[in-house]
Design a protein around this ligand. Structure first.
Ligand SMILES: *Cc1c(COP(=O)(O)O)cnc(C)c1O
Length: 428
């Protein structure tokens, strides 16, 4: 039997990080729409600036509304610290900036959200960080890609859009052996379906824009650190293991212990690069998280029903959904995503490019747009939109060939979801 000393996921989704406001009694976390915070006196101001006491100073660094979101996501992921930022991409940039030096390298899955591939290959290159892409379907590819300058491994637990489920435990062991942190983008799975830290991941990243917020109304990102990685085992992570000029020679790992990564990410990388989240977006995202378990349950159930319907559909050639018994990732999904295989998947439509365009033009309830993780059902034809700059060969390699349609299944009545796709496919 559960008790309040060991609250369940649903309880934590609603209560973690939040208490009634002590001055007003407000039960919902208030939106603290303020830029700065008054100091008690000059000594208090000095100790805040020296990182000698914790407290609010300026909303680029901390904000009481955002703190609730940070603690809530860190708790749900089973991590030590949480840091919320302006978007999922900002979370990736801040996470890497915290420990990477110029000339450092990292290994990333080649089955990532397209925007992450572009960020790593182009924007990060301008900061002199080099990415080696490897196919995580065989974890040995990741091991082989590790060079002496590689400082981290980055994967998605459940990959967007190919429906790839990564073998987290095996990849965590490879990272551990190499003495480098494993960073997992858990956007598609959410902590309701999978908790990467339980499988050995060191850092978890979210685009909170997607299922955490869940309503397609606000951008946000969160970085959760497990606090378990030893940044001082060697000299490969000087920003954390050596005295820092930005704070009178503080050594972050020695001073802050398992809070070191979270402190450095906030007080060095977020402070100096600046992509802070608006307190209003923090409020919307934390409100979304209150219903995360209910929504994910229905997202997964609807996706499963629809995938089974489409599997034998006369207008569909294939369905790539790990919830289907004969899917190549079904076994891994049963291990890592026992409560459901998420709600984003791809299907191949008969008739190639033209058929794909026809479907997205004919849907009524589905929205044709570039997003996932909304309460609403969403659809996109990658080869005519997100992947249109690529050659057909490159599109096929990226899982975005001319016949591919990507779906993000919402939480509407499943009969309406099926009926809308059936009519768009020309079946009614
Ligand atoms: C959307 C997305 C991102 C980027 O997040 P933004 O909030 O759009 O910056 C990163 N990873 C995955 C898996 C995503 O779906």
């Amino acid at each position: 039997m559960s008790n309040l000393n060991n609250p369940g996921f649903e309880t934590l989704s609603i209560h973690a990080g939040a208490a009634p406001d002590p001055t007003t009694g407000a039960r919902a976390p208030p939106i603290f729409q303020t830029t700065a915070y008054v100091f008690d006196d000059a000594d208090h101001a000095a100790s805040l600036f020296n990182l000698e006491v914790f407290g609010n100073l300026y909303s680029r660094l901390t904000n009481p509304t955002t703190s609730v979101l940070e603690e809530r996501v860190a708790t749900l992921e089973g991590g030590r610290t949480g840091l919320a930022v302006a978007s999922g991409h900002a979370a990736q940039m801040i996470a890497f900036h915290t420990f990477m030096e110029t000339g450092d390298e990292f290994v990333a899955s080649n089955r990532l959200y397209g925007g992450s591939i572009t960020q790593f290959a182009h924007a990060f290159k301008k900061m002199s960080w080099k990415v080696h892409f490897a196919d995580p379907v065989d974890p040995e590819n990741i091991r082989k890609a590790i060079t002496p300058k590689v400082r981290a491994i980055f994967i998605e637990s459940l990959a967007n859009p190919g429906g790839v489920v990564c073998d987290l435990e095996t990849i965590a062991a490879i990272a551990n052996e190499a003495g480098i942190p494993l960073i997992v983008d858990n956007t598609l799975a959410t902590p309701y379906l999978c908790k990467p830290i339980d499988w050995g991941a060191d850092i978890v990243i979210h685009s909170a824009t997607k299922f955490l917020g869940g309503h397609g109304n606000s951008m946000g990102g969160v970085i959760v650190d497990s606090g378990k990685f030893d940044w001082s085992a060697n000299d490969n992570y000087p920003s954390l293991s050596q005295p820092n000029d930005a704070y009178h020679g503080i050594t972050f790992h020695e001073t802050f212990g398992d809070l070191a990564f979270g402190m450095a990410a906030r007080t060095l990388s977020l402070r100096d690069l600046g992509p802070s989240i608006s307190p209003f977006n923090s409020f919307l995202i934390m409100t979304g998280i209150e219903t995360l378990a209910l929504r994910m349950e229905r997202h997964c159930a609807n996706a499963q029903t629809l995938a089974e319907h489409l599997k034998d559909h006369p207008k569909v050639t294939w369905v790539s959904y790990a919830g289907l018994k004969d899917d190549p990732f079904h076994e891994l999904a049963q291990k890592y995503l026992p409560k459901g295989a998420g709600s984003v998947f791809t299907v191949g439509v008969k008739g190639g490019y033209d058929a794909g365009v026809t479907v997205v033009e004919n849907v009524n309830m589905f929205s044709h747009l570039a997003n996932i993780g909304d309460t609403r059902s969403l659809i996109i034809h990658p080869s005519s939109t997100t992947h249109r700059q690529l050659t057909e060969e490159q599109q096929i390699a990226a899982g975005a060939g001319p016949d591919v349609v990507r779906l993000s299944i919402g939480i509407e009545s499943v009969d309406d979801i099926i009926a809308d796709l059936d009519q768009a496919l020309g079946m009614t």
